[in-house]
Design a protein around this ligand. Structure first.
Ligand code: GDP
Ligand code: GDP
Length: 554
């Protein structure tokens, strides 16, 4: 497998204040942001939104959130946005206002954007009706063919704009295409299992249970032989790519210091690999018997050239985001003296959403005053309290300056990398599930108590578990959390997010009885086994990613 770790494409929205940038942003990102917040309990930066249109995934950035000092002229704000967009975006949308018409600040932004390599779209916003649409024609004089009249607050014209925007994105990477293919296969596989046409293993052979309508609270039972066969089929595809690790965090937390500490004279740099982002360089280093790839080491080093303050912070967030999308594991550096800031939590939120491994490194530990034996534990407790959605991530205190525990950071990242690729046996998984659901049943939601039948690990990186259940849609979030904790107690999964997917399997009993009658004893015919193997392979590689159907409804 060749790795051309393409980052997720970025669409930047640029424009002077009040033209409707954030309205357009919200329209494009839709309800997704809110959903993610509730479900994953991650914090979200309003300025970045992960979305999908016509089956293309991309990140939208509202560069209008870049704070410049309020005393600065509007032109300054626009300049900062334009520069960020030119440096990092794959497509740029310049938003202007049909009501006010062309202003000097618009002209200024347009002039700056003329040098952009990325395609530029002009979205003439507030074209609420036909007569305003005529007003919009004025903006053709800026000279871009791709000029669209839209009304972000009503959604008018936004779909047409997005159709063209996704066509202008860089071609999908082989990984992205493979990911989609796996999703299709995993969907098909899950549908087959849900319909009872594929029997991954025996849930329960107890006929008497088949008609029981009452929930006896008993969890699933697993046929060991069947489970073993299933697991053999699921043997993970071998992948000898070395772990790819990204150091991310706000400016001045010590990323380049850490990099320098790690790349010190004694470390052999195997090669520098041009990354796929403009000017990104990855560094491959020897590490024990293996190698690791450090993502975007050039970005870490050169970020200093960009303006300081909150603008630099936004810039480095964007850069971090790209690095995260290309990495297996992110090491989030935080400043031990400042503690965990909202910006740190935002970045961590992306790591979780992208399903990447996470190590939290508290840097500048040398500068933390009055340390006692319990200081670190208190620190960790405090981080867990501030950002409970990160409780799966190991925390390590380091000093890039003195070199204290810097090696440990990479060791942990490699451990996390392995945990993220861990596959647990179906038999074991269901034993854990049985005891967990015996100990505590899913709570009744709207008068219905879900019943879990069985679970299987559908994929690794991140570990993804599909639970087949009755009333699958009613498995309460707190119970999902409970199951996640039981899985972590049993299997670890240190530092990696895990995903739980619940699938309805209402027809399990009737379907199975029919199957049983036909195949009496023989659990899988030759053909069935082949189909199962194919499905298993698809599932093994799948990355089940819940996509919000609601996004289409705009
Ligand atoms: P930003 O500063 O560029 O992010 O602009 P906002 O998204 O905050 O919008 C500025 C103002 O324009 C708000 O009062 C919006 O309600 C309004 N606005 C946004 N889109 C439209 C639109 O399509 N039509 C009209 N009439 N007003 C809009
Ligand atoms: P980056 O912007 O995240 O790459 O941060 P740098 O590596 O450039 O570090 C920012 C500042 O923090 C510099 O002045 C460093 O000397 C300082 N710094 C970095 N690591 C440490 C550390 O472990 N302890 C202390 N006391 N200062 C550090």
């Amino acid at each position: 497998m060749s790795r051309s770790r393409s980052p997720i494409p970025i669409v930047a929205i640029v424009g002077r204040p009040n033209v409707g940038k954030s309205t357009l942003f919200n329209r494009i990102v839709g309800e997704r942001t809110a959903i993610v917040e509730d479900r994953a309990r991650t914090t979200r930066d309003r300025l970045y939104g992960d979305t999908e249109w016509n089956a293309r995934r991309f990140v939208v950035v509202d560069t209008g959130g870049l704070e410049v000092s309020p005393d600065d002229p509007i032109e300054a704000a626009v300049q900062v946005q334009a520069r960020l967009a030119i440096a990092e975006a794959d497509v740029i949308i310049l938003v202007v206002d049909a009501i006010t018409g062309l202003t000097p600040a618009d002209q200024e932004a347009a002039d700056l954007l003329r040098v952009a390599k990325a395609p530029v779209f002009v979205a003439v916003n507030k074209a609420d009706n036909a007569s305003r649409e005529l007003d919009a024609a004025e903006f053709w004089q800026l000279g871009w063919d791709r000029t669209f009249a839209i009304a972000a607050s009503h959604g008018r014209g936004v779909a047409d704009l997005l159709d063209e925007v996704v066509l202008a994105l860089p071609p999908e990477s082989p990984q992205e295409l493979a990911r989609k293919q796996r999703e299709v296969e995993a969907e098909a596989f899950a549908a087959e299992v849900a319909a009872g046409r594929l029997e991954p293993f025996v849930v329960s052979d107890d006929e008497s249970d088949d008609d029981a309508e009452v929930d006896d609270g008993a969890g699933p039972e697993v046929d060991e032989v069947e489970a073993a066969r299933w697991d053999a089929m699921l043997a993970a595809a071998s992948d000898d790519e070395p772990p790819a690790i990204a150091f991310v965090g706000r400016p001045n937390v010590g990323k380049s210091s850490l990099l320098n500490a790690l790349l010190g004279e004694e470390r052999t740099i195997v090669s520098e690999i041009p990354g796929t982002t403009r000017d990104a360089i990855d560094t491959r280093i020897a590490w024990g018997r293996t190698e690791v790839v450090l993502i975007d080491t050039a970005g870490i080093r050169k970020r200093g050239k960009v303006a300081s303050g909150s603008t630099a912070e936004r810039y480095s967030t964007l850069r971090s985001l790209k690095a995260i999308s290309r990495a297996d594991v992110a090491v989030l550096l935080i400043d031990g003296v400042d503690g965990l800031t909202a910006q740190d939590a935002h970045i961590a939120g992306y790591v979780v959403e992208e399903g990447k491994g996470l190590v939290v490194a508290v840097n500048k530990w040398d500068a933390v005053e009055d340390k006692k034996g319990s200081t670190f534990d208190q620190y960790v407790q405090w981080i867990r309290h501030e950002a409970p959605f990160l409780d799966f991530a190991p925390v390590v205190s380091i000093s890039a300056r003195t070199g204290q525990r810097v090696q440990r950071v990479l060791e942990l990242a490699i451990d996390v990398w392995a945990e993220r690729r861990k596959r647990v046996s179906t038999g074991e998984l269901n034993r854990i599930l049985t005891s967990a659901s015996n100990r505590q049943q899913p709570p009744i939601v709207k008068g219905k108590r879900p019943k879990l039948f069985y679970a299987t690990q559908a994929s690794v990186a991140p570990p993804t578990f599909v639970f087949f259940a009755r009333e699958a849609g009613s498995v309460h979030f707190s119970y999902q959390r409970y199951l996640e904790n039981r899985l972590r107690d049993a299997f670890g999964f240190l530092g990696t997010p895990i995903r739980l997917v619940f699938r309805e399997r209402a027809g399990i009993r009737a379907e199975r009885r029919a199957t049983k009658g036909a195949a009496k004893g023989a659990k899988a015919t030759a053909k069935g086994a082949k189909a199962a193997a194919k499905g298993a392979k698809a599932a093994a590689k799948s990355r089940v990613r819940p996509t919000a159907a609601s996004k289409r409804g705009r």
